[in-house]
Write a protein that binds this ligand. Structure first.
Ligand SMILES: NC(=O)C1=CN([C@@H]2O[C@H](COP(=O)(O)OP(=O)(O)OC[C@H]3O[C@@H](n4cnc5c(N)ncnc54)[C@H](O)[C@@H]3O)[C@@H](O)[C@H]2O)C=CC1
Ligand SMILES: O=C(O)C(=O)Cc1ccc(O)cc1
Length: 376
């Protein structure tokens, strides 16, 4: 008889009803199903609903179902208040949460509508991707990520606990914030970065194919989220305009200063004609970026660590990457981060291996001895 590993226990009580079974809803369903929680699904799109069922995110409801304990609304922000209201009414004993990326724009209309706020607790998992729909869903999407929980003064303690428990069951860390503080924070760390990525990527529309061939990891790092869904992001940005607009104005101010400085430097023909301070202004902009990026928490939280990076050429053949990683392990060196890049029009990839500071030359030596080509 085969024995399967014991399932980790979930503290969340089912049935959990997921309304909106796209990326977020189906990922929550998958994560809860992996813990054995009963999940019932609903989406106005029949295709999306059935796809979510087929990827294993839950089941369709039946008339014999016991009352729902928890409702998770994972619909676009603009429809979320109405959906939450309808769910509070349809499930009078359930706790209702939503995962919309904005919180004041959900809480405000609920208050105005006189909703039963003691059973409603807003939330926002700080995890996702540039993809949409249930086929992009992952059970481990939330593992190790913050999950903002927005209890209001009206929220029952048991309702807040139910939403915190949902977050911890899915491997996330609950962070308690009020709606306005949340909205200001995500404007800075999520909404303005999305706009910046989209605007930079939009410059590429008219780029020559030969120029695009030269694109490296830097461009990919800056533009990954530019592939996000325009409809969803219009809904998010429209709902958080009050927090986003001041940040965009200060970004525009910085951009104007930089343009002015570079313009001065480029029109000057002789060194003495370059206005004093012009290049200093450019350097200050890049240095301010250094300071900003060093403040982003890194692996396992805490301040981002500076790693040594060794870039290795990996043949584009089955098993090459696995062999490389096994040999890093065999050298007794822990891999902190890994980035992969495909070298254009070549049968090799570039694997950038981050290791703790001081280990770079030993890793280079170990890999070179084993026949790997390390990029200079
Ligand atoms: N995409 C991301 O990375 C993240 C998204 N969020 C938030 O999660 C929510 C869902 O986003 P995604 O799953 O990415 O989008 P998605 O587009 O993958 O899924 C949204 C789903 O909502 C459904 N829907 C539309 N109108 C509805 C209604 N009236 N009632 C019920 N369902 C409805 C759609 O049919 C679709 O299946 C949004 O509020 C978003 O702001 C939160 C964290 C990360
Ligand atoms: O893909 C990424 O890195 C994201 O940051 C995804 C994301 C999108 C929207 C959110 O409200 C939260 C997270």
């Amino acid at each position: 008889m085969s024995t399967s590993p014991p399932r980790p226990a979930a503290a969340t009580r089912g049935p959990v009803r997921v309304v909106g079974t796209g990326l977020l809803g189906a990922s929550i369903g998958l994560g809860l199903r992996a813990l054995g929680v009963d999940v019932v699904l609903h989406d106005p799109s029949r295709t999306t609903l059935l796809l979510a069922r087929d990827v294993g995110a839950g089941r369709l409801p039946t008339p014999e179902d016991p009352p729902v304990e928890l409702v998770v609304v994972a619909a676009p922000p603009d429809v979320t208040p109405d959906v939450v209201l309808a769910e509070l009414e349809a499930h009078p004993h359930a706790v209702v949460t939503d995962v919309a990326s904005v919180k004041t724009a959900v809480e405000g209309p609920l208050r105005a509508a006189g909703a039963d706020l003691d059973r409603y607790v807003g939330s926002h998992p700080m995890a996702g991707s540039e993809r949409s729909g249930p086929t992009a869903a992952r059970a481990d999407l939330f593992a190790g990520r913050p999950w903002v929980v927005v209890g209001s003064e009206a929220s029952a303690g048991s309702a807040v606990l139910a939403v915190r428990t949902l977050a911890t069951d899915l491997g996330a860390t609950p962070v308690m914030l009020d709606a306005a503080t949340h909205d200001d924070a995500v404007a800075l760390v999520s909404h303005v970065p999305q706009i910046a990525a989209s605007l930079v990527a939009a410059r590429l529309v008219d780029g020559e194919p030969a120029a695009l061939e030269l694109a490296g990891q830097g461009l990919r790092d800056v533009t990954r989220i530019a592939a996000s869904d325009p409809g969803l992001w219009t809904s998010i940005l429209g709902a958080n305009a009050e927090a986003v607009v001041p940040l965009l104005r200060s970004l525009r101010g910085d951009l104007d200063v930089l343009i002015e400085a570079l313009d001065h430097a480029s029109v000057a023909t002789a060194a003495e004609e370059v206005a004093t301070g012009a290049l200093g202004t450019v350097a200050a902009a890049i240095a301010a970026g250094n300071t900003g990026v060093s403040r982003i928490p890194g692996k396992h939280g805490g301040t981002r660590r500076a790693y040594d990076v060794v870039t290795v050429l990996v043949p584009d053949e089955p098993g090459s990457l696995a062999r490389l990683l096994a040999e890093v392990g065999a050298a007794g060196i822990n891999l902190e981060e890994l980035q992969l890049e495909h070298a254009p029009a070549q049968a090799v990839g570039l694997a950038s291996i981050s290791v703790l500071r001081g280990l770079r030359s030993r890793l280079e030596e170990e890999l070179t001895t084993r026949g790997w080509r390390v990029a200079g």
